[in-house]
Ligand binder design. Structure first.
Ligand code: ZN
Length: 233
């Protein structure tokens, strides 16, 4: 696309006088944001607000398919450089208990990370995608979280199969899953994901089991960096 030469610049000077509006979800929740900040980070917004598209004439972009929660996390990261997957209000999801009352529910963290990564993919914001990966690795370091079957099937629908998030989740799965759990879920897992698990298993077969889990020391393996030099240490 035309935006290929665009490189999000470092966060130095911003013009905070120029606002844009983003309307999120079917109910068009309104976010008023600084144009320079959002356009430096996201190629999608840069294209939307810089004359490449028809919409650029207006200062409003509508994203009806985007979840408010993921976008709130994105905006939080834009302004603070922190990805908050843990801080999340309870949500009313459209499922009910036996009495017909809507149940409050917290999405599993891996599922939240997947949704945020998918948003980063849609907004073409590589720095946000890398930040989501790092945050998920921090959370997974604290406990033996194994992504749920539901998270994986969801991931397969919303994230490109060759993305770093898919690779990371497959490696966590291969490291944490027991053969019993594998047998119970293999028929429900996407075929492509099972192939990835097999590949990870073969690659890591001579490694001690505690070495197989993705390590924060090697987080560059799961980031997208433009060049070798840019790799985080
Ligand atoms: Zn990195």
């Amino acid at each position: 696309m035309a935006a290929e030469n665009h490189r999000p610049a470092k966060r130095t000077k911003y013009d905070f006088t120029n606002d844009v509006t983003v309307l999120i979800g079917k109910d068009e929740k309104k976010f008023a944001l600084h144009k320079s900040l959002i356009c430096k980070s996201s190629i999608f917004f840069w294209a939307a607000y810089s004359g490449v598209w028809k919409e650029s004439k207006e200062a409003t972009v509508r994203l009806p398919e985007t979840e408010t929660q993921s976008f709130t996390t994105y905006v939080g990261w834009l302004y603070t450089e922190r990805v908050d997957l843990l801080e999340e209000p309870e949500q009313k999801l459209p499922w009910t208990d036996k009495k017909g009352e809507t149940l409050p529910h917290r999405l599993p963290l891996t599922r939240r990370a997947i949704d945020c990564f998918a948003l980063g993919d849609m907004l073409q914001d590589v720095n946000f995608r890398n930040a989501v990966i790092t945050e998920l690795m921090c959370i997974c370091k604290m406990g033996d979280t194994i992504p749920s079957l539901r998270s994986i099937t969801c991931m397969w629908e919303v994230i490109p199969q060759n993305s770093k998030m898919v690779e990371l989740i497959a490696e966590y799965w291969a490291a944490e899953c027991s053969t019993k759990e594998f047998d119970a879920s293999v028929d429900m897992l996407p075929d492509g994901f099972v192939k990835m698990l097999a590949r990870v298993g073969i690659r890591d077969k001579h490694m001690a089991s505690d070495m197989r889990k993705p390590s924060m020391r090697e987080k560059w393996r799961y980031h997208e960096h433009a060049s070798e030099n840019e790799k985080c240490k």
